[in-house]
Write a protein that binds this ligand. Structure first.
Ligand code: ACM
Ligand code: ZN
Length: 520
């Protein structure tokens, strides 16, 4: 080959490499190959092949990608856009090719097609007029089975539109489980038909204007449907036995001593469900009947965090169960209580998720086989819950407070002192939740937005963005190692697009927080 040809080839390769670097997709795709320089310009009339015209992902395709285009569904050979089922491709993964011939997407599941479309939406931002897609080949698959976002609608009520806004965000970030924290000391947010006062009164126990309100079962169905169109499973959390002052203020007979219950403005109190009264257990099972009726999820979150045992230690009913069941103490009683609930869920073919508090102490009994441990308390318990869950063969969901609690701000605010702050670099470098995804007991990774200290709707975005990009990338990306600088650049490039969709960004690095920045 002539020297000039070699120089030409080298400069072309460099050009393509730089060009590939410029493509900003978050979470990043596993493999991206720019096949030639140029774009497939989406024509005004597009012939599409899919297994059926009524596939759910096609409505997203028509709405978000084929804007103002005329679509005709045709046979494979005539189509310029082909959605092809290929059972060889892993669940949720996809293979995408954009060439002169058009667009070819292969996947084994509808979720895989949907994630390919999410990638395409971001690829479109690469061109100014959004009507062209760069020639490339992409292979992409998730790192973790569960990529969870948790929203605390217990302490604060959020409007349905706000919940949908975060489901949209999850879809864009290829997250697939919405963990909906629906009950708290400060509010009971889910309508239970058998006990209407639970939501009617229990949703109004706090003082703030945004702390009132609950979701009717019709509204919940609407959310489940909206999520399912985005391949997101909604896992409800009904926290028990603690964090339940709102419910217990309406039904004090289900506490140990039947005393009026005070609502904590922050934190939690020893007023928890009495585990020794059969009536309490039956009441909770009634609630689970309706929860399971509403939510198709195989997994139901039963909380179990921060349940103070002051009452259980004194209560004759609780002590009676401890002695009768040969339990060690009140902590063992929590395992017994959790197992009762998990066994009830098992009769309905469900599994129970518990915060790691339930396995924090040694007892005479083990947590149920259909129990999943949600590891959160890294600041207090480090990796003890992880080790314990794995050694006892229980599935684990990793959502450690350092650094997956996105309510922890970047600089101190209200109860969050310096040691409860973190930035993008911290989560990029030191996230303990990034455990080996190939372990079959590792269900996945979660991140959370708690609403302690009255985090109202308008304050949520700036806590999530941009740090959630780093977490979403850790949940999904399986490609070669990336540098922080590279991620930061990708985020900078995509920021205007997300802002245009209505998401407000806070600072991403501690060094970039403006003097006197207000988190409220
Ligand atoms: C928790 O943060 N209390 C689970
Ligand atoms: Zn009791």
């Amino acid at each position: 080959m002539k020297r000039t040809s070699i120089y030409f080839l080298l400069s072309l390769l460099t050009c393509w490499f730089l060009y590939a670097q410029e493509v900003s997709i978050i979470p990043s795709v596993s493999e991206l190959k720019i096949t030639s320089k140029g774009y497939w310009k989406i024509p005004s009339k597009v012939r599409v092949f899919a297994s059926s015209e009524s596939e759910n992902y096609l409505s997203f395709f028509e709405r978000e990608i084929m804007i103002n285009k005329k679509i005709k569904y045709v046979k494979n050979e005539e189509a310029s856009v082909v959605f092809k089922k290929n059972p060889q491709i892993p669940q949720e993964a996809y293979v995408l090719s954009i060439s002169r011939k058009g667009l070819q997407i292969n996947a084994s599941t509808d979720a895989g097609f949907f994630y390919a479309l999410q990638t395409l939406v971001q690829l479109k931002t690469f061109t100014k007029n959004s009507n062209a897609l760069p020639y490339c080949e992409i292979y992409d698959q998730p790192a973790y089975r569960w990529r969870t976002f948790m929203l605390d609608s217990g302490r604060q009520y959020q409007n349905i539109a706000t919940i949908k806004k975060y489901l949209d965000m999850m879809a864009m970030l290829k997250m697939n489980v919405f963990h909906w924290h629906l009950t708290e000391g400060l509010g009971w947010r889910i309508e239970i038909k058998k006990y209407p006062s639970l939501a009617i009164e229990g949703s109004k126990v706090a003082n703030g204007p945004e702390q009132q309100g609950y979701y009717t079962q019709e509204e919940i169905k609407e959310i489940i449907e909206y999520a399912s169109q985005r391949y997101i499973t909604v896992v409800p959390e009904i926290d028990m036995p603690g964090h339940a002052e709102a419910a217990l203020s309406v039904f004090p007979e289900y506490t140990c001593f039947n005393k009026p219950v005070t609502i904590p403005e922050v934190g939690f109190t020893p007023q928890i469900f009495c585990a020794g009264k059969p009536e309490t257990i039956n009441f909770l099972k009634d609630i689970l009947d309706e929860v399971c009726e509403l939510f198709p999820s195989e997994y139901i979150h039963l909380g179990g965090d921060e349940a103070l045992k002051d009452n259980w230690d004194q209560c004759p009913d609780c002590q009676h169960v401890i002695h009768k069941q040969g339990l060690k103490d009140s902590h063992d009683l929590q395992i017994w209580f959790s197992n009762e609930m998990a066994a009830y869920l098992k009769t309905k073919g469900r599994k129970a998720i518990f915060w790691d508090d339930v396995i924090a102490k040694e007892g005479n009994i083990e947590i149920a086989e259909n129990a999943v441990i949600h590891w959160w308390q890294y600041r207090g318990r480090k990796d003890q819950p992880l080790k314990k869950a794995l050694s006892s063969g229980r599935e684990i969901l990793c959502g450690t407070n350092n650094y997956n609690y996105l309510n922890f701000p970047l600089t101190p605010w209200k109860g969050y002192k310096e040691n409860r702050t973190f930035d993008m670099q911290d989560v990029f470098n030191h996230n303990p939740s990034r455990v080996d995804p190939s372990n079959p007991l590792v269900l996945g990774m979660s991140c959370s937005l708690w609403t302690d200290y009255v985090v109202q709707e308008y304050m949520i975005d700036r806590r999530l963005f941009p740090r959630i990009f780093i977490i979403a990338n850790q949940m999904w990306y399986t490609g070669n190692e990336q540098s922080f600088e590279m991620m930061k650049n990708k985020i900078e490039k995509l920021k205007p697009w997300f802002e245009n969709k209505g998401y407000e960004f806070g600072p991403g690095l501690k060094s970039e927080v403006p003097e006197g920045y207000k988190w409220d």
